[in-house]
Structure formats: structure tokens, C-alpha cells
Design a protein around this ligand. Structure first.
Ligand code: SF4
Length: 165
């Protein structure tokens, strides 16, 4: 049987794609999870052309909508490119699961800071890449990097992938 195809935030696999040119390498994901899964790296912010280094972006509540705006240039709205990329990505790849970096305005799931238009933190939410994928594939097994801290965590995630196949 083919190994399950799992998309992983590229910074977790050691790619230096964060806004500051750094990565968030996780050996548990890059080495342990990779023994049982076919991993595909994805950095939504690079895919929409933001480049490295880049200005920080943040989740912002604008009326009833959550948008992703540049912190120092809030007129620059990258929401639509992120959503369009997410839709294209799930169409192109028959994913069995998803591993996401915490707290990112693109990849985070539930624990990303949400700001008002005036810049005050008003809560937390999900990054637009993550929320778009999950809205289209709600049963897709997904885990945050903070939830994969031991071999046992990896094993639980693998079980959820197999159950879902
Ligand atoms: S969290 Fe997501 S968008 Fe941010 S650097 Fe990592 S892969 Fe790219």
C-alpha cells in the first residue's frame, strides 16, 4: 500500500521560508513521521509570492470577515491569494493529512492571534490557508506541530490517518 500523502508546513521540514529567513525544523516530523508517510512541503506565503525575508502579516477582523493584511502596510490584503492557493492545493493533491505550524496567519489552526483594524489583539483564529483547507476537507486528519512532541504523538497521528483511509 502507498504511504499516506501528508502536507507539512515547509518551515517544519527545515526550509528557511519564514518571514525572517529562519525555519522551525522538527526532527520528529522530518524523520520520524517521514518513515511512514510521504511528506509534501508547502509554504503558502512563498507560494503567493511574498518571498524571504518579508514583512509580517497578521489575521485581522475587518467587519464580519477575517483577512490577512500586512502589519506595516494594512492596505495590502493577501487574503484572496492565500484562499485561491489553498483551493488549488487541495485540488492538486490527494491528501491523507496535514501537519501545520502553530500561530501562523496562514498555517495556524485555532491559535493564531487575531487583531482589530486598529492593531489590538482581540482573540485567536485560524490562518487562511488552514481554514480554507479545513472548510473543504473537514474530515482530513490535521495536527499542529505543538501536538507532535513525542513518538507517541506521531503514532496517534498515524493511527488517525489510517482510520481515515
Ligand atoms: S508557517 Fe506556513 S506560511 Fe509561515 S513559514 Fe511556515 S510554512 Fe510558510
Amino acid at each position: 500500500m502507498d504511504k499516506p500523502l501528508v502536507a507539512v508546513s515547509a518551515c517544519l521540514l527545515g526550509q528557511k521560508v519564514r518571514y525572517d529567513g529562519k525555519d522551525k525544523y522538527s526532527a520528529l516530523i522530518s524523520e520520524e513521521l517521514a518513515k511512514s508517510c510521504q511528506l509534501i512541503a508547502v509554504c503558502p506565503e512563498m507560494e503567493i509570492g511574498l518571498g524571504v525575508p518579508r514583512e509580517k502579516i497578521q489575521l485581522t477582523q475587518v467587519g464580519s470577515e477575517i483577512k490577512v493584511l500586512k502589519i506595516n502596510a494594512p492596505a495590502v490584503d493577501v487574503s484572496k491569494p492565500l484562499i485561491d492557493f489553498a483551493l488549488q492545493f487541495i485540488q492538486q493533491h490527494a491528501l491523507s493529512g496535514l501537519v501545520l505550524q502553530d500561530k501562523s496567519p496562514s498555517c495556524g489552526l485555532g491559535n493564531t492571534s487575531l487583531f482589530s483594524v486598529s492593531g489590538s489583539q482581540i482573540g485567536t483564529g485560524s490562518g487562511l490557508f488552514a481554514s480554507t483547507v479545513m472548510s473543504r476537507r473537514p474530515s482530513l486528519p490535521v495536527v499542529l506541530a505543538s501536538q507532535l512532541q513525542s513518538r507517541q504523538d506521531v503514532s496517534y497521528f498515524l493511527q488517525s490517518l489510517l482510520k481515515n483511509q
